[in-house]
Design a protein around this ligand. Structure first.
Ligand SMILES: [Zn+2]
Length: 444
């Protein structure tokens, strides 16, 4: 079994320190586009005012209190369950939830496919690409065809589907933790400015540069080395801890001493492969997804910023590629901010109509999981759109308008806020409830 795994995935045969650097290794074409995109975004950030730029940095983060859906391509239910268990370790520390769409009646998790035209989930996992990698936060819904459109994975664990359960790499849980850290919008620990000063970037004719090193071992183009090693933005890392490096972070690389100015004496050097979260990792994700309602409120206000940014995107301080990049980021933020919509029906009689609504919802960038049949007892008398947080009101109104189009026989929907969730904001979701009496009525 060991031999088979070695042929399938070379990195499995590496030592742990080599395995650690083998994370984030995307297929070459994608890697180039990601590098290009991130570097254009960074140069655009540098031209914005501090307030706008801070917002742009923040666009990698999902909405605190929200739910981020996950879907799989390939692999069996036990592997999916194992990944869910490890990924959910993160959400113990943060006000955010992952929903893997487990359906007990089918004993199956949510799936996505390479034919998808709308997002089946915001995090789409595959096992069939080389390398282990993930989009950073809301990048995963960036619709640029070369980045993360609906029919492409946003996260890959190479060959886990054939290795599970007996031939898994020793550090597989650490790899899952690392990549899900990125999926929550966290960057690397060694991307703090202090390590930027420690890493060798220019060739002195004697030592190896970071570019040469990663090009040799992983075939990375310089731009990708930059995007994995340098600070993500010209604006200071919003969640970072200044100039202190947390060597126990699950998001650190084992940097080889030869590319560090101070070698093994560097504050960015460690030999120990971190396999679990450090206290500072927990703090960082807690700060990114705060449970304090006031901080969440600030987040809701920040959601108004895209309009302001859109005007910035038209201004002439930015080059054309910078404007295009900024618009793509604003678009993915808009998609990322949309609540999940759960459609509840009294019986199968309205299934076709309700599925039509789900299709329109998906096209509009919402995540609309499978219908839930709740029975005639629990269903209301009128068609209802229910929302929980005030910040979901605009979306609820938009869904009501969609209902008028897709379910003309069901009457005018009433839009209601379910009280008691404000301030807690545990759920960024909207529910559509089809009425009981509608079940008897055939679709016109
Ligand atoms: Zn990484």
């Amino acid at each position: 079994m060991y031999k088979v795994a070695c042929i399938l995935a070379l990195w499995f045969c590496m030592t742990p320190s080599e395995a650690q650097v083998a994370v984030d290794n995307m297929p070459l074409e994608r890697l180039q586009r990601v590098a290009e995109f991130r570097s254009t975004a960074k140069s655009a950030d540098a031209k914005l005012t501090a307030a706008n730029a801070a917002y742009v940095v923040d666009t990698h983060r999902w909405k605190p209190g929200g739910t981020v859906n996950v879907a799989f391509l390939g692999g069996n239910v036990s592997l999916h369950k194992a990944i869910e268990r490890v990924a959910n370790e993160w959400t113990q520390y943060a006000n955010i939830r992952f929903d893997f769409g487990y359906d007990p009646t089918k004993n199956a998790y949510r799936q996505w496919s390479r034919g998808d035209k709308t997002y089946a989930a915001r995090i789409r996992i595959s096992f069939d690409q080389p390398g282990h990698y993930s989009a950073v936060g809301t990048e995963s819904v960036n619709p640029d065809p070369k980045l993360f459109p609906p029919n492409r994975e946003s996260m890959n664990f190479s060959a886990f589907d054939v290795q599970y359960p007996n031939a898994m790499p020793d550090a597989w849980e650490a790899i899952v933790r690392h990549e899900f850290g990125h999926a929550l919008g966290l960057w690397h620990e060694h991307q703090k400015p202090i390590c930027t000063r420690e890493i060798r970037w220019t060739d002195d004719g004697v030592h190896k540069t970071a570019y040469a090193y990663y090009s040799e071992i992983l075939n990375w183009p310089p731009g990708y080395t930059d995007s994995n090693l340098r600070p993500p933005s010209s604006v200071d890392d919003v969640l970072g801890d200044g100039d202190k490096v947390n060597l126990d972070s699950i998001l650190i690389y084992l940097l080889p001493p030869e590319i560090l100015v101070n070698g093994e004496k560097s504050p960015c050097f460690t030999k120990k492969l971190p396999v679990v979260f450090s206290e500072l990792d927990k703090q960082a994700v807690r700060r990114a997804y705060p449970s304090d309602p006031n901080e969440v409120l600030a987040e809701a206000r920040a959601a108004k910023v895209p309009a302001m940014l859109a005007s910035v995107a038209r201004s002439d301080i930015l080059s054309v590629p910078e404007r295009i990049t900024l618009s793509a980021r604003i678009e993915s933020r808009t998609i990322a901010d949309r609540p999940n919509v759960y459609v509840q029906i009294p019986s199968e009689a309205v299934e076709a109509t309700a599925n039509e609504l789900r299709q329109s919802l998906k096209v509009a960038g919402f995540i609309a999981p499978e219908l839930e049949t709740v029975g005639t007892q629990r269903s209301p008398r009128r068609l209802e759109v229910r929302y929980f947080a005030s910040s979901s009101k605009d979306s609820a109104d938009a869904i009501a308008a969609m209902l008028v189009r897709t379910s003309p026989g069901s009457g005018t929907p009433s839009v209601k806020q379910v009280r008691g969730y404000e301030g807690k904001v545990k759920r960024t979701m909207i529910e559509v409830w089809y009425p009981t009496n509608d079940a008897k009525r055939a679709k016109p």
